[in-house]
Design a protein around this ligand. Structure first.
Ligand SMILES: [Zn+2]
Length: 240
């Protein structure tokens, strides 16, 4: 399978803090969300690589962000922001004349985001699937979306101060992107889950079962032991 390329846009930065309020700074919250997103992708999926538009607290022009994604030949671009101006909720933007692919990305991402937001009593801000003539979604050549999570200057700030919430929402964004790209979920294969124990003097099947948090019946069946649970020193027993 071709490796999918994801550009995650850490909003604002450097001289541009983005929205500020209630002791919170948008550029910092965006970094948290983007890093959590990457953690989720890394831990749960394969077949992708990620590029951030910035990895330090620097100012990057909007057109430069789009250029980074275009030069990288990304399959998805996602920019994560926090809203301001009084209000509440989650919303996202694709370009005014968005491609069908961008709209599809928005649908799947919003499904995940709103499901998660609901757990925290947060809904959509008006029409959650917005269109806008925003530089980063206009100038990027791949499916592109911009999220706006909560309002920094409203009661929403309590959620933004909750790292569990930021993480859950970032994980929702990651699941959305993964679903859109059809990324393969990491699974523990039966082979890699196998575990063995080499029998030493004094071992009993029941002690081994306790040691590996399994049952004597399981060990018996995995190793075709007889009804007396006979084992021998040096024997390689499969325990899981
Ligand atoms: Zn912003």
């Amino acid at each position: 399978m071709m490796t999918k390329k994801i550009v995650i846009d850490k909003a604002h930065g450097g001289k541009d803090p983005g929205a500020v309020g209630n002791g919170l700074v948008e550029k910092e919250l965006s970094v948290k969300i983007c890093d959590y997103m990457y953690d989720c992708l890394k831990d749960n999926y394969t077949g992708f690589e990620v590029k951030f538009t910035r990895t330090t607290d620097v100012f990057v022009e909007l057109s430069k962000r789009a250029k980074i994604a275009n030069d990288y030949d990304a399959d998805v671009f996602i920019s994560n922001h926090i809203n301001a101006g009084g209000g509440t909720g989650y919303e996202s933007y694709v370009y005014t004349n968005a491609s069908a692919a961008s709209k599809a990305l928005q649908n799947v991402l919003n499904d995940e985001a709103l499901k998660t937001a609901k757990k925290y009593g947060l809904g959509a801000h008006g029409e959650d699937r917005k269109r806008g003539n925003l530089a980063v979604v206009r100038e990027t050549k791949m499916p592109a979306i911009l999220t706006e999570l909560c309002y920094i200057d409203s009661k929403d700030n309590k959620l933004l101060k909750n790292d569990d919430f930021l993480k859950d929402m970032a994980y929702a964004y990651a699941r959305g992107v993964a679903k859109f790209l059809g990324l393969k979920a990491k699974t523990v294969t039966a082979a890699s889950a196998k575990k063995y124990h080499t029998v030493v003097k004094g071992d009993t099947v029941s002690a081994i079962a306790r040691e590996y948090d399994t049952t004597i019946a399981k060990i018996k069946s995995l190793n075709n032991l007889d009804d007396k649970y006979m084992i021998q020193i040096g024997q390689k027993l499969r325990v899981k």
